[in-house]
Design a protein around this ligand. Structure first.
Ligand code: SF4
Length: 316
C-alpha cells in the first residue's frame, strides 16, 4: 500500500509561564491512499492538535519543535507558504471541528461556496457555480439549498455544505475533525456514510478524528488510538475492535454503550495534563496491569504483527 501521508516524530508544544504543554509528543503515523484512517482517543489527548500540526496551522504560542510531515512527497512543514496555500483545498482539504458554525448566517450558501472555490482554484464565477451545485447534489442536498441562508439549514445540512465545499476541488486527502459532534444519531450516520462515499466514489483518503469509537467502527479501514500526546495502538479496524491489545484501547471499547449491555464500564481516573505527563508509560496511573517497569520505562511503539502496532510492555 502506498502512503499518501507520512508523519514522523511530530511534536506540537504550547509555551506557557508554567512550561511547555506537550500536546503532541512524538507521533509517527501513515495514511495510505484510498483508505479511511480514524484517529481516536479521549478529549484532550492531542487529536486536534495533531491535525493542526499536520496541516501547519499551529499558531503561537504553539510551535513545532521537531517532526516531519510528508504529503505526496511534499515536506509540509518546510514548503513555502505560497505553495502550501496552493496545496490546501486543491489537494488536501480540512473540515475543522465545529466548521458548520463558521458559515456566515447572512450570506447565501452558493455565494460562500463560490467564493471559497474561486479563492483556491482561480476558476471563473460561472464554472465555480456549476461546481458548487454539482457538489451539493453529490453530498445529498437539493440544489435549492444553494439559494438558502445557513440559518435556514439544519446542523446536518450545514455539515454537508461544509463537506461539499471542502471536496469541491477533488482533493486527494480530506481530514475531518469531529465531523459528527453535536449532531443527532440519524444525521451522524448520514455524515459518516458521506465520508465513506468520498473514499468509494472519489478514491480519496479520509482521516477522521473523533472521540466517538462507535462512529469509527462504522466507516474506518484502520484506526490509530491516541493517549497523552502519543499513538499507543494502530491496526485494522476489525482487528482492533475484535481483539484490542493496549489496555487503553480495551477501556475505550468497553465504554461504548450498546443495546443489551447492562452497564458501560468507563476508564478509571482522568487523562493527565500535557504540562506534566506521567513517567514511563503515560497510561500507568490508570492501568490495572501496570508494573514497576511501566512506571519507569516508556514503552516504544512496535509492530507485533503485520500492520499492527502497540506501545505497551505487555507485548514487549
Ligand atoms: Fe499498562 Fe504497562 Fe502497558 Fe502501560 S505499558 S498500558 S502501564 S501494561
Amino acid at each position: 500500500m502506498e502512503p499518501i501521508l507520512e508523519v514522523d516524530d511530530l511534536r506540537v508544544y504550547y509555551k506557557s509561564i508554567w512550561g511547555d504543554y506537550k500536546s503532541v509528543d512524538g507521533v509517527s503515523v501513515k495514511a495510505y491512499r484510498n483508505e479511511v484512517l480514524s484517529i481516536a482517543g479521549e478529549s484532550g489527548c492531542g487529536k486536534s492538535t495533531l491535525v493542526e500540526g499536520i496541516l501547519r496551522l499551529v499558531k503561537p504560542p504553539g510551535y513545532i519543535p521537531t517532526g516531519k510531515v510528508i504529503f505526496e512527497g511534499i515536506d509540509i512543514l518546510r514548503v513555502p507558504e505560497e505553495e502550501l496555500r496552493r496545496i490546501r483545498w486543491s489537494k488536501l482539504a480540512y473540515v475543522p471541528q465545529g466548521a458548520m458554525n463558521s458559515l456566515n448566517p447572512v450570506i447565501k450558501v452558493e455565494e460562500q461556496m463560490v467564493d471559497a472555490i474561486i479563492d483556491h482554484s482561480g476558476m471563473d464565477k460561472e464554472k465555480a457555480k456549476e461546481v458548487a451545485l454539482a457538489m451539493l447534489k453529490e453530498v445529498g442536498l437539493p440544489v435549492e439549498v444553494a439559494n438558502m441562508y445557513p440559518h435556514q439549514l439544519s446542523g446536518g445540512m450545514k455539515q454537508r455544505v461544509i463537506i461539499a465545499t471542502a471536496i469541491a476541488l477533488k482533493p486527494n486527502l480530506v481530514i475531518a475533525d469531529e465531523p459528527t459532534t453535536a449532531l443527532d444519531v440519524v444525521v451522524q450516520r448520514g455524515i459518516l456514510q458521506l465520508l465513506r462515499m468520498l473514499k468509494e466514489n472519489y478514491h480519496m483518503t479520509v482521516i477522521m478524528v473523533s472521540h466517538d469509537m462507535a462512529a469509527h467502527a462504522q466507516i474506518a479501514d484502520r484506526i490509530a488510538i491516541m493517549y497523552a500526546g502519543k499513538i499507543v495502538e494502530v491496526g485494522l479496524i476489525n482487528q482492533v475492535f475484535k481483539e484490542p491489545l493496549h489496555p487503553y484501547t480495551k477501556g475505550l471499547i468497553s465504554a461504548i454503550p450498546a443495546i443489551g449491555k447492562k452497564y458501560v464500564k468507563g476508564i478509571p481516573g482522568l487523562a493527565p495534563s500535557p504540562l506534566n505527563w506521567p513517567s514511563g508509560c503515560r497510561f500507568h496511573p490508570r492501568c490495572q496491569h501496570a508494573t514497576e517497569l511501566c512506571v519507569k520505562v516508556e514503552p516504544s511503539i512496535r509492530e507485533v504483527e503485520r500492520e499492527r502496532f502497540v506501545a505497551c510492555h505487555l507485548y514487549g
